[in-house]
Design a protein around this ligand. Structure first.
Ligand SMILES: [Zn+2]
Ligand SMILES: [Zn+2]
Length: 247
């Protein structure tokens, strides 16, 4: 049982860390920079940790920039104000993400500036064979180590890890929770569950100051990803250019 729990927790946090660190803060917001070697390194880690639900950091960044530009309007890629329920929202996000990847969606040039890119890896990561291969890996792991078939209920979370994390923020952090900053959008902070979300839960803070590397604002809003970012910066793996908290 322990090995299954460890596998689930490791997959949850590693996949989420790469989403918030690479796809969100680096690719979409350029909150820090890194050289080509580290960019490719983290791209590769993102592919391995997100597996069957890998989203190209480039695609993620474009869609997320659209979210900030059009929050809570009919042009927002995901919005509880316009989507009937969270499954409809996830379906729409999936379609748009594929459309952007396959270049059959018209995009405003402002969303395409300074994007990281690794087309060869994206081609593998977005292929059906890669997605099916990862699903097979998850299933085989559970068949090998799960103490009973009940544990197989966790397999869909592994398969859909990236959309599942996205759904928590895109739906719940635009519908429930508290605010530090009153703005003309519905963003909220999910303070009580951020220990599951590595800083992403401070979504109201983030909408107020999107390019900040630190998503926490109040002293008790610890952003674990920011702690790791500071360590990477000390180790000269990344460079933080923008002010950490310009509030
Ligand atoms: Zn938002
Ligand atoms: Zn953002």
């Amino acid at each position: 049982m322990l090995i299954i729990l460890l596998f689930f927790v490791a997959h949850w946090y590693l996949s989420l860390f790469m989403q918030t660190f690479l796809q969100h803060r680096f690719a979409a917001h350029a909150a820090f920079t890194m050289n080509k070697f580290w960019e490719r390194f983290f791209y590769g880690v993102t592919y391995f940790t997100q597996g069957s639900s890998y989203v190209s950091p480039r695609v993620y960044a474009i869609m997320h920039r659209m979210h900030h530009a059009y929050t809570d309007t009919d042009k927002d890629p995901h919005s509880p104000t316009f989507d009937k329920n969270l499954f409809v929202m996830m379906w729409r996000v999936g379609r748009l993400s594929n459309g952007i990847y396959n270049q059959n969606v018209e995009l405003e040039p402002r969303f395409l500036k300074n994007l990281p890119d690794w087309p060869a890896l994206d081609k593998i990561g977005h292929s059906v064979w890669s997605r099916l291969g990862w699903i097979a890996v998850y299933v085989m792991f559970y068949v090998q180590f799960a103490p009973s078939a009940w544990w197989y209920l966790l397999i869909p979370f592994h398969i859909m890890m990236v959309p599942f994390h996205g759904m928590i923020i895109n739906w719940f952090a635009h519908k429930y929770g508290s605010v530090n900053f009153k703005m003309k959008n519905t963003s909220t902070n999910l303070l009580k569950v951020d220990w599951l979300m590595m800083g992403e839960g401070y979504h109201n803070n983030h909408h107020k100051n999107p390019s900040s590397t630190n998503f926490g604002f109040r002293w008790y809003e610890l952003d674990p990803t920011y702690v790791i970012i500071r360590i990477f910066s000390r180790l000269k793996i990344i460079k933080i250019h923008k002010p950490v908290q310009a509030l």
